[in-house]
Design a binder for this molecule. Structure first.
Ligand SMILES: [Zn+2]
Ligand SMILES: [Zn+2]
Length: 482
């Protein structure tokens, strides 16, 4: 077993920061020591196999991205990152665990869908991974299968109030699934948008010749996110199901979540970097077809309406609990361009798995969140929310040695890796897509070193891991319930 000492850094957790050394034994954190502690010998550094100097840097628990879609089939194509490329990009950005969505398609049995996802991921991942289960065909057989999910280490399932004819569940199906959620303790995750109403608006806009990507945002109006969020909350209230609303983008939907939480209900919300930074006007409304890069659902919202700043505030006040990426990348060429002349045919999704920690750290730099809150919303709360805490999401003895050494004096330029002549630009981009949704973003910090269960996978701007390093992690029930 390799022993490692990370010395000289400032260990940051969700509850505070302190100068401390971290001793790692194999894959596990063995001790967190006061700097210069003599308890384990006068010269601990010379007694270990490897010393990592973290002087002047933050030592944080590895990021946990609780919402990704590697190689997801969607709209006649599939998300362009495989488990191999996507988890490697995640590692580059300091994320050491993803929770991806296994899909039960319409007509398929739940456990066949789960098995297919294991097949895709096994032996291919750079970092550890878990699964949520999408229930895309909620029938009696699916409900029965849900009883067996927890034993498989899958403690959450996702339903869709959008995408009629694909993943959509109606209110009757949702009610039944939530009864099952209340009974089993499984977390209900909800894509909360009123899909049937959206589809009417999409048809009307296209009939009027409004085919540009911008109208994707018009059709998916905030009223339809607020309404669906409210409906999901009330069905959860009735049944007692714990509810987690994914990719919240409208400030009005946040208000619904906040009201339910004030009422003592187990209701939670995630948002994503794109909803904090990007907008309907500047991005979806970019000239020509460029806005297709930012077509995702829920959509980017109007900056004039103040959604972005409200979401930042909600992260400060814990009206929103964490930030995931909803990583679902598609290339412009051959994928997004399926929707040239018809925005409804643009595959929905943005690639961000590599940049979440950096983009959120910039929120620390700009004073929008604290350093501790950064760690909480990117690692500790995702771990607690989805039953990984103790093993993941914290730097403490016994936890997996998933650790990032982050340099607050470093710099990261985000963007696609090559210029128009194919020459490298020195920018950070390792996701398998032909553009970056984050081109030109500059971050006043840098992911220096990443350890995944004690193995150094990123150091000195090199990837040192291998596919298959990552293992499936079984999750328990949520540790975040009130
Ligand atoms: Zn969704
Ligand atoms: Zn998603």
């Amino acid at each position: 077993m390799t022993t490692t000492l990370i010395t000289g850094g400032t260990v940051v957790t969700a509850t505070g920061r302190s100068r401390a050394d971290v001793l790692i034994d194999g894959e596990t954190i063995a001790a967190v020591l006061a700097p210069g502690s003599l308890l384990l010998g006068a010269d601990l550094a010379s007694g270990v196999d490897r010393v990592i100097d973290a002087t002047g840097k933050y030592v944080i628990p590895g990021g946990i991205d609780a919402h990704t879609h590697m190689q997801l089939p969607f709209g006649g194509t599939a998300a362009s990152d495989t488990f191999e490329t996507g988890t490697r990009a995640a590692a580059w950005g300091g994320t050491t665990t993803i929770i991806d969505f296994a899909v039960q398609s319409y007509g398929q049995r739940v456990f066949d869908g789960l098995a297919a996802w294991h097949e895709k991921a096994a032996g291919n991942c750079a970092i550890d991974y878990g699964f949520h289960q999408i229930i895309g065909d909620l029938n009696a057989d699916s409900l029965q299968a849900m009883d067996g999910l927890l034993a498989e280490g899958v403690s959450s399932f996702k339903l869709f109030m959008a995408y009629p004819g694909v993943f959509y569940s109606d209110d009757a199906q949702i009610l039944k699934a939530m009864q099952k959620s209340a009974e089993t303790g499984l977390m209900t995750m909800m894509h909360a948008e009123n899909g049937p109403a959206i589809d009417v608006l999409v048809g009307q806009l296209l009939a009027e010749g409004k085919t540009d990507p911008y109208y994707h945002g018009v059709a998916r109006a905030w009223q339809l996110e607020e309404e669906a969020t409210h409906r999901a909350i009330m069905l959860a209230n009735l049944t007692g199901a714990p509810l987690y609303v994914v990719h919240v983008s409208a400030k009005q939907a946040v208000a619904q979540l906040a009201a339910a939480r004030d009422n003592g209900q187990n209701v939670f919300g995630e948002t994503c970097p794109q909803y904090l930074y990007l907008s309907l006007e500047e991005n979806l409304g970019a000239p020509g077809f460029e806005g297709a890069k930012w077509v995702c659902s829920t959509p980017l919202r109007s900056r004039a309406e103040g959604h972005q700043e409200h979401l930042w505030q909600s992260l400060r006040t814990n009206d929103l609990q964490l930030v995931s990426t909803d990583h679902c990348p598609f290339c412009m060429k051959g994928q997004k361009d399926l929707g040239l002349g018809d925005f409804s045919k643009i595959p929905n999704g943005i690639g961000s798995v590599e940049h979440r920690l950096d983009l959120l750290y910039q929120g620390v730099v700009t004073g929008r969140i604290s350093l501790e809150r950064w760690v909480e919303i990117t690692s500790t709360t995702p771990a607690r929310m989805f039953g990984l805490y103790g093993k993941k999401g914290v730097i403490q003895p016994g936890a997996d040695a998933d650790i990032v050494v982050y340099d607050p004096n470093g710099h990261t330029s985000i963007g696609y890796g090559t210029d128009e002549f194919g020459e490298p630009t020195g920018r950070s981009h390792h996701m398998n897509m032909d553009h970056s949704a984050w081109e030109g973003y500059e971050i006043d910090g840098h992911v220096d070193i990443v350890l995944s269960r004690g193995k150094v996978v990123i150091a000195e701007n090199s990837y040192l891991g291998a596919k298959g390093d990552g293992r499936f992690v079984k999750r328990g029930l949520s540790q975040y319930l009130i």
